[in-house]
Design a binder for this molecule. Structure first.
Ligand SMILES: Cc1cc2nc3c(=O)[nH]c(=O)nc-3n(C[C@H](O)[C@H](O)[C@H](O)COP(=O)(O)OP(=O)(O)OC[C@H]3O[C@@H](n4cnc5c(N)ncnc54)[C@H](O)[C@@H]3O)c2cc1C
Length: 382
């Protein structure tokens, strides 16, 4: 890929090739069935773990590789998206939002037990911040954890949690202190802890292959050793975590747009109307040219922010811009892709139908478009 040489080197190409082979071998033959079944086999985590995919970007001592190499992660994420199911990618990748706080701030004995199990695919990790009363206003979360000797007693609930049904480890945002962001902590809560129950798998517009669930904590006793980081300092950890999640969501949006564009180009070449391929009509040629232009600009901007992140620069404003820009562009491109495909674009057997549905979540999850604009305007001094 010569156009991307300034971001990706030979080692990233190797990552790309190996993830692409994995997707072709293990996912693509089954993905349509898994989407319809609203689930994919748990065994896929083990296979992705054994292929080294789950560990990309994590320390070798825990079974990872390419630690700190952000573009290896970008390359892997892009290739995973080639399976065409955002839900599968979100489900398989829920470790990337649940695990980083454990890796960075959990007690060493907890970290050393949990991280290798998740990177090998033996256990599944999820992040639980959003509550039924709201997700945007994280500082107002209500799930309460009260210290009682060597335990916290946790009461409250979470919702819309990706991998919520079948995760083993949950990084849960709780209130240990007073009101506002200064009273928030992160706790590792394990499946099977008395007082912790998982609700039903929620039905969704898109991301069908991912499981999304409600979680309930009823006087749930969590060992104090499961505190992640310092008590009442969890908010900063959640915000730091959001930066990489927003980059990941921008990459997902760009890849969704890429797949939609590829489908449109192929359809425009083969589908005929009025005696010629529809791609020969100027109105469609221009639409495809605009889709390609928008995607190119979005991808370059996202890569640029990733490069700055990789160099250790703060890109709070820019990563919010990248997420909004990429998800907006992808929304437009998937809309156009369905239009180019005509009636076939509305059929479940067509990839663009799924891309159209799947993309809708990307400007909501990981911070809504409006929340991104709040961050951007705050950074502008407004
Ligand atoms: C498929 C799916 C998977 C998810 N996975 C996870 C997960 O794994 N873990 C997790 O913790 N959460 C997850 N979420 C939750 C997601 O992060 C939240 O839905 C999101 O943050 C928005 O919160 P909310 O739904 O409560 O909307 P609300 O916060 O209630 O917002 C409703 C509307 O009000 C707007 N709004 C809110 N505040 C402002 C403001 N200050 N200015 C202007 N407008 C505002 C919002 O932009 C939105 O349009 C997931 C959600 C979905 C749908």
């Amino acid at each position: 890929m010569p156009a991307f040489q300034e971001y990706f080197d030979q080692s990233h190409q190797l990552v790309r090739d190996s993830v692409r082979r994995f997707v072709e071998r293990e996912i693509l033959p089954h993905v349509a069935d898994w989407e319809e079944a609203e689930s994919f086999p748990r065994e896929l985590y083990l296979k992705a773990g054994a292929a080294g995919i789950l560990g990309i970007g994590y320390p070798e001592q825990f079974g990872g590789s390419h630690e700190g190499d952000l573009f290896a992660k970008v390359a892997a994420s892009e290739e995973l998206m080639r399976c065409g199911s955002g839900g599968l990618v979100a489900g398989l990748g829920s470790l990337d939002i649940g695990l980083p706080p454990i890796l960075k701030w959990a007690r060493p004995e907890v970290r050393d037990r949990v991280v290798p199990q998740v990177l090998s695919g033996e256990k599944i990790c999820a992040l639980a911040v959003t509550e039924p009363s709201g997700g945007s206003d994280v500082a107002s979360l209500k799930t309460r954890a009260v210290r009682d000797g060597d335990f916290y007693r946790v009461t409250g609930s979470k919702t819309f949690i990706t991998s919520g049904v079948r995760a083993d480890y949950y990084t849960v945002a709780v209130r240990t202190g007073g009101d506002g962001f200064g009273g928030v902590s992160l706790l590792l809560i394990e499946k099977g802890t008395p007082g912790f129950t998982v609700g039903r798998q929620l039905k969704k517009m898109g991301w069908w292959a991912s499981d999304t669930a409600e979680l309930f904590f009823d006087d749930c006793k969590v060992p104090v050793d499961n505190l992640i980081g310092v008590e009442n300092m969890g908010f900063a950890g959640i915000m730091a975590n959001f930066q990489s999640e927003r980059l990941a969501l921008a990459i997902m949006a760009n890849m969704t747009a890429e797949l939609a564009l590829e489908e449109s180009l192929s359809w425009a070449r083969q589908r005929e109307a009025f005696g010629k391929p529809i791609g020969k009509f100027q109105v469609l040629k221009h639409r495809l040219a605009e889709m390609a232009t928008q995607l190119e600009v979005s991808r370059e901007f996202t890569y640029r922010q990733a490069a700055k992140m990789a160099a250790g620069k703060s890109v709070i404003k820019e990563i919010s811009m990248a997420k909004n820009f990429a998800t907006d562009i992808a929304d437009r491109i998937v809309y156009d892709a369905v239009q180019v495909a005509g009636g076939m674009g509305y059929m479940r057997e067509s990839l663009v139908e799924r891309l159209y549905r799947d993309n809708r979540i990307l400007s909501i999850g990981g911070g809504t478009r409006e929340v991104m604009n709040e961050i951007i305007s705050k950074q502008m001094g407004l």
